[in-house]
Design a binder for this molecule. Sequence first.
Ligand code: SAM
Length: 292
Amino acid sequence: MTSSADAPRPLLGAADIRRLAEELGIRPTKTLGQNFVIDGNTIRRIVAAAAVDPEETVLEVGPGLGSLTLGLLDAAKSVVAVEIDPALAARLPATVAEWRPDLAGHLDVVLADALKVTSLPQEPAALVANLPYNVAVPVVLHLLEHFPSLRHGLVMVQDEVADRLAAGPGSRVYGVPSVKAAWYSSMRKAGVIGMNVFWPAPKIASGLVAFTRREPPVTKASRAEVFAVIDAAFAQRRKTLRAALARWAGSAPAAEECLRAAGVDPTARGEVLAIEDFARIAAARLSLHAAL
Ligand code: SAM
């Protein structure tokens, strides 16, 4: 028999979301990627896939009307929720007080743009979020850069973006997001979510990506210097690295010299290189300059 202590707690359904939206007079905007989850089972699936430890503080970006926030409060020690929309941020504590009165003290709401936030009231160990789609990749990269306490996480993004983030060298969808994400973490696809669990329903499926932080490659080049090589290599993705990196290195022969010094074939394309290769190319340029 299931005791009331371990019975699943209620989550927001379609009628609750509609009632809250009506009360706030909200019309979800595309600009802010406002698609709210209206299905408790999807929330339970996301929280389970995120493998949140009960001792962890979770960072949630874009709590919206609180669908995922309630599920995270049940699983984590506390939640820090960063929301850009003032009406949604202001309503969230009352929603939590109504649905989880016992956990209301476990929530901090921060009214801010997640792309700009650099300090939080608590150090989060995990990022779990249904991200606004148009800024999903920059938000993930910004948070991994500024919050080293983030050890792992799970984000819901457009399915196509999930595939990009999780792609490895040689994959058709491997690109700038994949390589930059690999600087900080190893990312893997953790599922696909249909459109009908949202209000309003988006036109495309969503994907879950789970990540675990890893040490960046050991290199004397800075992260910014390595990222500059990545941007240059993929800006002209069809070209050989010798040609694509010509402007970055000063000339095609200079690019070739860096590539050879890094042990990378100058006729290869960026899409076959791993993050460690980009780090070696950036470091080779520093060494060649130092030798001048
Ligand atoms: N977590 C809620 C859910 O699952 O139902 C809402 C998710 S909705 C896809 C994205 C949320 O992110 C919205 O609440 C939106 O207002 C918020 N948002 C959009 N851009 C943001 C930004 N730059 N920083 C913080 N929140 C943002």
